[in-house]
Design a protein around this ligand. Structure first.
Ligand code: NDP
Length: 285
């Protein structure tokens, strides 16, 4: 039996339409246009594509964008100054620093300099702490997008075994907390995990966030499981694939996200969600 395909593109499109109406309401009723600033340092081609996609999605939703482009050899202080200026700008409600940053820039210090009230990526220690303490403010866009997809699919999480592969601060750890808050029994696997396949086979909900093409194969999946593939890997022939071997997994899983067209579009939609929420909060709404 073939799994149900979780159409991230369609779910994201629906969410973006809702956000567009929310933005129209903010503009018409309160005179507030949500604003997102993106800081891009250097010429990394993948980052440029991501930034372009984020801008386009914002524009379609009526969110104003500001692009801060800095040279590859920009100094740490110059980037810090740019962040500070955006922190002080009342027209900017969300600030996103596109990663990775060049080596001369202390990434952690830059991310920590973003005003937590404008931290639409949810990477600031304040927002991470709020998530840990169960009072989430801004939650990282990818794990938040995964939860939205699961909810849209009507998948019941209570009491389910959730296994997350990857323990990054951007995806794996916040994902684990979000699933825990929804009463899953959560296991986090990583590069030192012994017998990864055995853990995976126990999962009712399996989230792969590693960055290794095709590492999760159908024989590692529990029949009927929900499989969420966060990984984005570019193969030598230029094609994009996830961490899950889709062809074998689709035969076993109950529901599965494709790559592309799964988690990726949700991440961008959640960035818009967080920016609109930031604008609302800034206005005390
Ligand atoms: P990181 O490199 O920060 O984390 C990868 C994790 O995978 C680490 O915890 C690492 O373990 C673990 N890992 C590596 N090798 C193995 C292995 N053999 N077995 C088990 N675990 C392993 O990556 P990110 O979390 O930032 O991103 C993960 C993937 O998701 C990437 O492909 C990225 O491109 C993609 N991504 C996609 C997004 C989207 O919108 N769809 C958004 C963000 C990321 P350890 O900690 O022990 O090193």
């Amino acid at each position: 039996m073939s799994a149900e395909i979780i159409d991230g593109k369609a779910i994201a499109k629906e969410l973006r339409a809702t956000l567009k109406s929310e933005v129209e309401e903010l503009v018409d009723d309160h005179g507030i246009t949500p604003g997102l600033a993106v800081v891009l340092v250097g010429e990394d081609p993948a980052s440029q594509v991501y930034v372009r996609n984020k801008h386009r999605a914002c524009e379609r939703a009526g969110i104003a964008t500001r692009d801060i482009r800095m040279d590859e050899d920009a100094t740490h202080q110059e980037v810090m100054d740019a962040v500070q200026e955006l922190n002080n700008d009342p027209n900017i409600h969300g600030i996103l620093v596109q990663l990775p940053l060049p080596d001369q820039i202390d990434e952690e210090e830059v991310l920590n300099a973003i005003d937590p009230a404008k931290d639409v990526d949810g990477f600031h220690p304040f927002n991470l702490g709020m998530l840990l303490s169960g009072q989430p403010t801004f939650v990282a866009c990818t794990p938040k997008g995964v939860m939205h997809m699961i909810d849209e699919m009507g998948i019941d999480l209570t009491g389910k075994e959730a296994v997350i592969i990857g323990r990054s601060t951007i995806v794996g750890k916040p994902q684990a907390l979000l699933l825990l808050y929804r009463h899953c029994t959560v296991t986090i696997c990583h590069s030192r995990t012994q017998d990864l396949a055995e853990h995976c086979r126990n999962a009712d909900v399996l989230v792969a966030a590693v960055g290794r093409p095709h590492m999760i194969t159908g024989d590692m999946i529990k029949p009927g499981a929900t499989v969420i593939d966060v990984g984005i890997n570019r193969l030598e022939d230029g094609s994009l694939v996830g961490d899950v071997d889709f062809d074998s997994a689709v035969e076993v899983a109950g529901a599965i996200t494709p790559v592309p067209g799964g988690v990726g579009p949700m991440t961008i939609a959640m960035l818009l969600r967080n920016t609109v929420d930031a604008a609302r909060r800034a206005a005390g709404l």
